[in-house]
Write a protein that binds this ligand. Structure first.
Ligand code: MCU
Length: 410
């Protein structure tokens, strides 16, 4: 039912008993285009202790904590759960299980979210821009107000949801004085960094849409994008919510897609100390790795593996050294090995051979792959672009960064 204000009122979300996947029983929206209906499909996986030892090159994403290697595609679900735990513990901080209650409204112009968990609550909103034509439309959440080609998103047939990440996690705070909706619920000294807090905000927007009647926005088809610091946010948002069918980080730099081990030595790239210290984007635990990235049990190629085999289109700018595009290309090359093992090589695209060197410019080179990605992963038509074009000036060599091979998974 649509109220006088044009917004659909949503039923309160049931409290989820411990051990039950948050959006399981009672949710009628079915699986997303990516085939996963949950924010996280590995809640049932037993994640044991252990992990790779210190390694100057990229840890083998296919070797489990217990030292065995994955052999089937089905194994990836629980290997992914191990990677997620390592990534939370050492890089980003933990993303809490879905909150006890999420309600809100979806209208043709905006979304409201009311969330509460363990006696604390917060509210926020985002604006909606619909494309032309008849809905319901898939939606791409655009983090932040700059550097995203929203015209191409709408021309491709998807709605744009403009979300200000700072309402979920503000910049300009110390690590024990964090602010925003996420920290209203989980505490101002939460050790979770802003990137996960931003992704948590997107996940709650998805909760509201998923529970709406689906007449304006589709309940099962979501993308995320953003540029620069919001490219970091888009990357992490896509990794930590498997309902997102398409992740499109733009010029994300250190703490985004580029391998952390790489930006530590790449000439001119933002150093890890700066990526950690400029804003509390990363979790507090990363402080121990700023001068020791070799000690990390994961790197961003593993985070790409959290997104795999869902749609991913990485966009980078080779003209600004600070953005670490060479390390970005290594992340994409190594991450693509995981897509290949899962039989989905063409679901990852990478384009950095762009002419305009302006940070966060709209680029003609990205238009066609973005359109094709939206059509394939959000609308289910056409084929995955599978483009991989690396700027020669910032082309990394995967062989220098790994000692593992890519298994053939049954
Ligand atoms: C690439 O993203 C960041 C970068 O990490 C920061 O060092 C710089 O201050 O801001 C960039 C950004 O978000 O630019 C809009």
């Amino acid at each position: 039912a649509v109220s006088a204000a044009g917004a659909q009122a949503l039923p309160a979300r049931a409290t989820v008993p411990a051990g039950v996947t948050s959006l399981g029983a009672g949710v009628t929206s079915g699986t997303t285009a990516s085939g996963v209906s949950d924010e996280f499909d590995g809640a049932h996986c037993a994640v044991g202790p252990g992990g790779p030892g210190s390694n100057a090159t990229l840890p083998d994403p296919f070797t489990r904590n217990d030292g065995t290697r994955v052999t089937t595609r089905a194994d990836w679900e629980c290997r992914r759960a191990e990677i997620k735990k390592h990534a939370e513990n050492t890089v980003y901080g933990a993303k809490p299980a879905a909150p006890q209650s999420v309600t809100g409204t979806v209208s043709r112009t905006g979304i409201t979210v009311d969330v509460s968990d363990q006696g604390r609550s917060a509210s926020f909103s985002a604006s909606v821009e619909l494309p032309s034509g008849n809905g319901p439309f898939p939606a791409v959440v655009v983090l932040g107000g700059f550097g995203t080609d929203t015209t191409t998103i709408k021309n491709s047939g998807a709605a744009v949801i403009r979300f200000d990440p700072y309402v979920a996690g503000a910049e300009g705070t110390g690590r024990t004085t964090k602010r925003g909706a996420f920290y209203d619920l989980y505490g101002s000294s939460s050790s979770t960094g802003l990137l996960v807090a931003w992704g948590w905000g997107v996940s709650r927007i998805i909760d509201v849409i998923e529970r709406s009647d689906g007449s304006i926005l589709r309940t099962d088809s979501f993308g995320v994008t953003g540029c620069s610091r919001f490219g970091k946010g888009a990357f992490v948002t896509g990794a930590f919510d498997q309902r997102i069918d398409l992740t499109m980080p733009v010029e994300s730099g250190t703490a985004g897609a580029p391998i952390l081990r790489g930006v530590a030595t790449e000439s001119g790239a933002q150093p890890l100390s700066s990526g950690y210290g400029e804003q509390p984007w990363l979790g507090d635990a990363f402080g121990s790795y700023v001068n020791n990235p070799a000690g990390l049990p994961v790197d961003t190629h593993s985070v790409i593996g959290m997104i795999a085999p869902r749609g991913l289109f990485l966009m980078e700018n080779p003209s600004v050294d600070w953005l670490g595009a060479r390390s970005g290309s290594v992340a994409a090359l190594a991450g693509r090995e995981i897509y290949t093992a899962l039989g989905a090589t063409s679901n990852i695209s990478y384009v950095s051979d762009v002419a305009d060197g302006t940070h966060c410019a709209n680029r003609s080179e990205w238009r066609a792959p973005m359109e094709a990605s939206i059509q394939r992963f959000l609308l289910g038509s056409g084929s995955a672009p599978g483009v991989f074009r690396v700027a020669p000036s910032k082309s990394g060599n995967l062989a220098e960064w790994r000692s593992w091979t890519t298994p053939t998974l049954s």
